[in-house]
Design a protein around this ligand. Structure first.
Ligand code: ZN
Length: 288
């Protein structure tokens, strides 16, 4: 399946990523409604990673324009008090719009989008506050039934006979495919965390290794860690506005070439809106 992903992301100012196939919005930074236009009506699920302003400030307008009869559902880290406060403020400020449905998530929670797709929430390392999960990251997964590997040598007639006598579970098993991993803000790319993901959307705020203070990732370490993964594409977001697009693209190519990266890298450049990102030319293409 081709995933139609549009996004805009600039550290400090705004981040949102829209996966049109599922009406799925990761984070809701300023300008999301202005950029999506009428497509904003397709947003059915909003998964917010944390309450920093660059990830939530688009909610007000999205809610005013699109919230009806409990849709969209807005998911947020349950231990973060900013979201109930925001819900209350928006209810008072805009009583004529909505309601949306607000749902707090804990690490490990699963949200079904439809019969075959779900989101898993996990605690993010971006905001640390004891045992409280004030920031989450999200993985979009699909579920399908596949033929049990031990039956691969059987004929179709034998398989349908087995199904008839012992039921579907004797013939097929459930396979979970991790379609998209979305880091939100993160201090580093942890390869174990994202193992098995097909498309990883990860932040890379800085082009240099200088991030220990502020819980953000840097490009050299992100590329180095991503090289350990078997993914189909890496999408880099959340670059600092201090860099111009040419600098960012050069740095991506340089670091990707240094580790001979085997998959393409796409970048959401500061101040830009990327439409159908995966149909554009990647910044790093291993085939060239
Ligand atoms: Zn941010």
């Amino acid at each position: 399946m081709h995933l139609t992903i549009s996004a805009s992301s600039t550290a400090l100012f705004s981040t949102w990523v829209f996966v049109e196939n599922f009406g799925l919005l990761f984070d809701a930074g300023d300008g999301v409604s202005a950029s999506l236009g009428q497509k904003g009506r397709k947003v059915r699920h909003v998964f917010v990673t944390h309450a920093d302003r660059d990830h939530v400030c688009g909610l007000l307008q999205l809610h005013q324009l699109n919230a009806r009869d409990g849709t969209p559902s807005i998911y947020y880290p349950r231990d973060c008090g900013s979201f109930p406060a925001l819900k209350e403020f928006m209810g008072n400020f805009d009583p004529q719009s909505g309601p949306a449905t607000w749902i707090g998530l804990s690490p490990g929670d699963i949200v079904n989008l439809d019969k075959m797709h779900f989101i898993e929430a996990r605690t993010s390392e971006h905001v640390t506050s004891g045992n409280l999960a004030k920031a989450l990251d999200y993985t979009l997964c699909s579920v399908r039934r596949i033929l049990k590997p031990e039956l691969h040598g059987m004929s179709g007639i034998e398989i349908s006979a087995l199904r008839k006598s012992h039921g579907d579970d004797a013939v097929t098993e459930t396979q979970v495919v991790k379609l998209i991993g979305y880091s939100g803000d993160a201090p580093k790319l942890n390869p174990e965390r994202w193992s098995g993901v097909k498309i990883l959307i990860h932040e890379a705020t800085f082009l240099e290794r200088e991030t220990a203070r502020n819980f953000h990732s840097n490009l050299p370490d992100v590329i180095l860690a991503a090289a350990q993964l078997e993914i189909e594409a890496l999408v880099l977001i959340h670059f600092s506005a201090r860099y111009n697009p040419g600098e960012i693209e050069r740095a991506i190519r340089e670091h990707a070439a240094a580790v001979n990266l085997r998959f393409p890298v796409f970048a959401v450049l500061p101040g830009r809106v990327a439409g159908d990102l995966l149909s554009t030319h990647p910044v790093w293409d291993p085939k060239i």
